[in-house]
Write a protein that binds this ligand. Structure first.
Ligand code: AMP
Ligand code: MG
Length: 391
């Protein structure tokens, strides 16, 4: 491995993250131009940036992350003029999507031009490109004057970083600079869409949702690799999806309600309806929680308490609404059940938190998988190795 000698990592803080000043970013831009690495905030997660046209810089990114070098990097640009030199052509769907969702949390796959080194694309003839909307990211890329390859700024196998402190934990001593722009907005990685074929294909769900894309194109396809565990011999179109991404140190189980359970919860006269109504009245919560959320929390708590009794250290991932329902010792709220935005925003920080807490088992509530929920459940399912308990 190269790039292993300890580097003195500089950390700078952007004063007003909505309006970064050029003086604050010039040194970072210079580092990128000179082939060095700079971590910076984007609207999705923190990125670990290097010059996308410099195969050496890409090698340094792989080394700093400990990432397999066949897992391609996304090239980040700051304006439309910077796209043409990177690609052989811009398919119509690419134009439509760029017009509608750039700058923003959307990555597109294009046929690559000759100036993009295979060292950046993991040996592929295609290149992934994104134009971030975060003002710090955008201005930094513009000042660097080169497209910036920027995978998430975490050690491979750890949750993506959503604050500069997360980046510091993983990258201090390995890269030239960390630009601190506070906590990111969205919290999960960009949507990846392949626009090289006849129909756009979603390779990774994110904040630009399937519903939003369907509205533009009638219907888009979804790569099977994001729907469930991969069968042997099936190759995902986004090479990164084949890696068992992040696995928490504790054994994570997602608790999901069966369709029949949900149906019964809302069917007056059913045994479950009566039982849950009684439990909710007894706990004085009937005014506060819907039966689904109440029952979800009850089921997660039951499992967690059962495991706690064996002497294991157990934690639960709960929500603002359900937090009070838990009797288990270690609980962390991931956000509001009523707001997928808040869950996406906190997801990786909560997973990092559990790694630090050193629990043996984690039980998590699950969430609707429509809209942004699709990205949330994709990341949670991967973290759980698709270990799901249906109740
Ligand atoms: P990250 O930069 O960590 O958000 O991950 C980037 C992901 O984008 C990779 O893991 C791949 O799955 C995907 N990706 C990047 N380039 C390509 C490409 N040319 N074709 C398909 N997927 C890509
Ligand atoms: Mg990543």
């Amino acid at each position: 491995m190269e790039h292993t000698e300890k580097i003195k990592t500089k950390r700078i803080k952007i004063e007003d993250v909505r309006h970064p000043k050029d003086e604050e970013l010039l040194e970072a831009a210079q580092i990128l131009r000179n082939g060095g690495l700079v971590a910076f905030p984007t609207e999705t997660v923190y990125g670990l940036g290097g010059n996308a046209l410099d195969a050496d810089a890409s090698r340094k990114i792989y080394a700093a992350k400990g990432r397999p070098s066949d897992n391609p990097l996304i090239a980040h640009i700051s304006c439309m003029e910077e796209l043409a030199p990177l690609v052989k052509e811009i398919p119509e769907a690419g134009r439509v999507l760029a017009e509608k969702y750039w700058p923003g949390p959307l990555t597109m796959i294009f046929p690559k031009s000759d100036i993009v080194p295979y060292g950046t694309t993991g040996g592929l003839d295609t290149v992934a490109v994104r134009m971030p909307s975060d003002p710090v990211a955008s201005r930094l890329i513009c000042l660097a004057g080169v497209p910036v390859a920027a995978p998430s700024a975490n050690t491979s196998g750890r949750p993506s970083p959503t604050t500069a402190d997360h980046v510091w934990q993983d990258m201090n001593g390995k890269i030239e600079m960390v630009v601190d722009g506070g906590a990111v907005g969205i919290g999960v990685e960009s949507t990846i869409v392949d626009v090289t074929g006849p129909v756009p294909v979603i390779l990774r769900p994110g904040a630009i949702t399937q519903e939003m894309l369907d509205e533009l194109f009638g219907r888009v396809e979804i790569d099977p690799a994001i729907l469930g565990p991969m069968k042997d011999g099936v190759r995902p179109k986004a090479p990164g999806m084949k890696y068992k991404h992040y696995a928490p140190k504790g054994d994570l189980t997602l608790v999901e309600l069966k369709d029949e359970t949900i149906e019964e919860l809302y069917k007056p006269g059913s045994a479950l309806y009566s039982r849950v109504s009684r439990m909710m009245t007894d706990s004085g919560k009937s005014w506060k929680l819907d039966p689904e959320s109440f029952y979800m929390a009850w089921a997660v708590n039951e499992e967690a308490v059962r495991m706690e009794k064996t002497g294991a250290r157990v934690g639960v991932i709960c929500t603002e609404e359900t937090m009070d329902e838990y009797t288990v010792a270690v609980k962390r709220s991931i956000g509001k059940r009523s707001s997928a935005d808040s869950v996406a925003h906190n997801l990786y920080a909560v997973l990092r938190d559990f790694d630090d807490l050193g629990v043996d088992y984690i039980y998590s509530e699950s969430f609707s998988d429509s809209d942004l929920g699709h990205a949330i459940m994709n990341r949670l399912n991967k973290a759980a190795g698709y270990h799901i308990l249906k109740v």
